[in-house]
Design a protein around this ligand. Structure first.
Ligand code: MG
Ligand code: ZN
Length: 223
């Protein structure tokens, strides 16, 4: 019947159906879902640790930590105070898919949850193709990477709604140009919201927290 549909297309169609189910579930529960994507080492787990430490009493947060191997990141998030933390070990796959997220959600108590963070596998390529039912993708880039990453991985920056530039405390030690990375990112995606912060010094984190709180408020107001 659908012999002519290439296998990759079929996988993505199936993924999109599952993602739509996830989105319906999370919307019904008014949960803001953020899919965090980046290269390995940009600071996704660190940002979530900081967010838990600062906001655990103000926001009801659930977290999924995807990794190719080990549950180390999930353990870090639990140690940082995460009450609902679910590791997803992909066992080799370099991205999360909607099926993995569906299974993880089945085992999570979502009552009262306001924000779901999905920490994707560190990879700027294929996670861009897999909808996980999130409200938005948030792409992290750190100042120890090249400021041309948005140009090298345009699909990821096009499909993200926000970009976080992390490790701003290291700017003076690198050739990374913050104005150039913004220009590059906006040349791919004019609507991209950009936040600059340092998980190490805490600079810029307040704006990130305020943005989260605002998103939660707006989602609850939506009918
Ligand atoms: Mg991590
Ligand atoms: Zn992959």
């Amino acid at each position: 019947m659908d012999k002519k549909i290439p296998i990759k297309k079929k996988i993505l169609n199936k993924n999109d159906e599952l993602a739509a189910d996830i989105r319906r579930l999370l919307n019904a529960k008014k949960i803001v879902a953020l899919n965090l994507v980046s290269s390995p080492g940009s600071g996704k787990t660190s940002l979530l640790e900081k967010t838990l430490a600062a906001m655990n009493d103000k926001l009801n947060m659930a977290l999924m930590a995807g990794d190719v191997q080990t549950e180390n990141d999930a353990r870090r998030l639990m140690q940082a105070g995460g009450r609902i933390v679910r590791p997803i070990v992909t066992g080799g796959a370099c991205h999360l898919d909607a099926n993995m997220v569906t299974k993880a959600l089945d085992e999570m108590d979502l009552d009262g949850v306001e924000v779901l963070f999905i920490e994707n596998v560190g990879n700027l390529v294929c996670p861009s193709s897999f909808d996980l039912g999130e409200d938005m993708k948030v792409v992290l880039i750190s100042t120890t990477e090249g400021d041309d990453k948005p140009l090298k991985y345009p699909s990821m920056f096009r499909r993200s709604s926000a970009m976080i530039v992390n490790k701003t405390d290291l700017l003076e030690y690198s050739d990374f140009d913050i104005e150039r990375v913004k220009k590059n990112a906006w040349s791919i995606n004019v609507d991209l919201k950009i936040l600059e912060l340092s998980c190490r010094t805490g600079e810029g984190l307040e704006a990130w927290y305020a943005w989260l709180v605002d998103m939660v408020k707006r989602k609850k107001q939506r009918g």
